[in-house]
Design a binder for this molecule. Structure first.
Ligand code: ACM
Ligand code: ZN
Length: 550
């Protein structure tokens, strides 16, 4: 697809549609040409090619139902046999969703003529994205639930050809430090879907709480999901003494996975190992180097109590847990963490040291024997998951030692990890703390009245300025799968606060992930936020930061 934005070239007159409609779409489409005239869509019949899956038909049907309801004139929906042939013969009008296998898996096109809307895509992702684009082109009332007959329910005549720059358009959520009920997770997924993100990285385990039911290890959801208090504000020396916990049953996990799938989002679970495991140790102390006792942490930070890498029981545990995780999450990747694993315990542990000797590991000036021991754990788990048909993703630290071919690196410490990984032939995803940590404050104004957050700053402008391929050898650029932002929740305990940290930064992220190189425009983006996206977020009922620094 030609990656050119040709806006306004044919802007001769546009009597009914909202001015600047194509400019206001977030994320900005790869190519959008404005034509003369507009199409009324209230009451328009919607017809979907029956060759699309039932989920696609349901998505188009519910779009039509909502448009009909909000605009005050029903939009009848059908999936008639022979739709493509009838269209080719010029016998059918309305909003038509046609299958076009020549388009890429995430691509779509929209052609709006004076009485018709023709959407083409090869599969479900393209159709879902086309629906989001159409919503973006309509009055913001389409995101709400109130009838708004008086709005202008028209689309400008146009041609849009669109597909994303990156295949991995991720957003992460930490459900360990604070637990998010299924309903809030669904709202989070709704926000992601609105801006065409397609990977939900779900951080389910950590020192402060284990959040997923595992049938083979029932104490994880009886003991490991609880902590005896939570630190207050930034006071690391005490906690509130209030028991805090929660976990997702396997049925709830399946519900979230299915909900995400209907929105084109794959859920990528993270079981962080071998560090960040204190909560699991509290339930199964034999998995640690000392045997405990252990308790899920009541403060933030990284515990130096980790899984013992010298005992076979650790691998029995991990294999049982990951077998159930692999069953629950149908995506091709499982994130195995690997970050911030202190090695103090391993240095003192006879079992870990015996393992190091057995494997012939030693410090070689580049890495320590204990770093190579973590590498051994990573490889063993990678091999195990391969038997389940899964690939691993790990944080930067899996580059320590020699990662096995096929591992994907999620680069959080900066962008250097992704540059190095791609140079070494590994796939990589960018989630650099410098641009993509949404637990950081949104302004560098120290006097701004901001909620509690991690003590760093990631402004809208900062995330928007990320150049994902900076420093990457063009010959290795195909290894950069995409970009993701992370939302750690140490300092975030309510849905309102969570949404505030997510929005509107998610929108800036979406343009980094979606838009062709060189097509982002910060001035346009900030204007569109103010004029179009804030009303959209308002109508959709999200809490968001309403101040734009400048
Ligand atoms: C991380 O922020 N420790 C991945
Ligand atoms: Zn040990």
């Amino acid at each position: 697809m030609k990656r050119l934005l040709i806006l306004g070239i044919l802007c001769l007159s546009m009597p009914f549609a909202r001015a600047g409609v194509l400019e206001d779409i977030v994320p900005r489409p790869a190519e959008a040409v404005l034509l003369r005239g507009s199409a009324h869509v209230s009451g328009l019949p919607f017809k979907c090619d029956p060759a699309f899956s039932p989920d696609v038909q349901a998505a188009v049907g519910s779009f039509a139902a909502r448009l009909g309801y909000i605009s005050g004139r029903t939009c009848p929906f059908s999936a008639p046999p022979g739709l493509s042939e009838a269209f080719a013969a010029g016998k059918v009008k309305g909003a038509l969703f046609l299958r076009d296998s020549s388009l890429g898996p995430e691509a779509y096109s929209i052609e709006v003529g004076s009485g018709s809307v023709i959407v083409r895509a090869s599969g479900s992702s393209g159709i879902l994205y086309s629906l989001e684009t159409l919503r973006q082109m309509l009055p913001a009332a389409i995101y709400g639930d109130k009838v708004a007959e008086k709005e202008r329910w028209t689309l400008p005549c146009c041609i849009i050809r669109d597909e994303p720059r990156f295949a991995w358009r991720g957003m992460h959520l930490d459900s360990s430090r604070h637990f998010w009920p299924v309903e809030e997770v669904k709202r989070y997924l709704d926000a992601m879907a609105m801006y065409k993100l397609n990977r939900f990285h779900w951080h389910l385990t950590d020192d402060q709480g284990w959040r997923i039911e595992i049938k083979a290890y029932p104490l994880l959801s009886q003991i490991a999901c609880w902590r005896e208090g939570t630190m207050v504000g930034r006071d690391f020396s005490s906690n509130d003494g209030i028991r805090y916990g929660g976990f997702y049953t396997q049925d709830e996990i399946r519900e979230v996975v299915a909900y995400a799938a209907r929105r084109g989002i794959t859920v990528v679970p993270e079981v962080d190992l071998p560090g960040h495991m204190l909560a699991a140790l509290s339930a199964y102390p034999h998995l640690g180097c000392t045997g405990g006792p252990y308790a899920a942490w009541t403060r933030w930070g990284v515990s130096d109590q980790v899984l013992c890498a010298g005992k076979e029981s650790t691998f029995e545990f991990l294999e049982a847990v990951l077998s159930e995780v692999a069953e629950l999450f149908p995506g091709e990747y499982i994130h195995i963490g690997g970050d911030e694993c202190p090695k103090d315990e391993w240095r003192k542990c006879p079992d870990c040291q015996a393992k190091i000797r057995e494997l012939g590991l030693h410090d070689d000036g580049r890495f320590t024997a204990e770093q190579y021991l973590q590498n051994y754990v990573t490889r063993r788990i990678q091999d195990f998951l391969a038997t389940k048909g899964k690939k691993i993703i790990g944080w930067d630290e899996i580059l320590e030692g020699e990662p096995a071919p096929g591992a994907t690196v999620m680069s959080w410490q900066g962008t250097a990890g992704a540059v190095e990984a791609s140079a070494r032939g590994f796939d990589a995803i960018l989630a650099p703390v410098s641009h993509c940590y949404f637990d950081y404050r949104q302004t560098d104004d120290p006097d701004a009245d901001e909620p509690l957050s991690f003590n760093g700053v990631v402004t809208l402008e900062r995330i928007y300025s990320l150049d994902p391929l900076a420093g990457v050898d063009p010959a290795q650029a195909h290894h950069i799968l995409g970009v993701q932002a992370n939302l750690w929740t140490e300092y975030i305990s309510t849905p309102e606060h969570l949404e505030y940290m997510l929005l509107p930064r998610l929108l800036a992220l979406s343009e980094v992930q979606w838009c062709p190189a060189g097509q982002r425009d910060p001035e346009r983006f900030l204007r569109v936020l103010r004029e179009h996206e804030f009303p959209v977020l308002e109508q959709a009922g999200f809490n968001y930061r309403k101040t734009i620094n400048q």
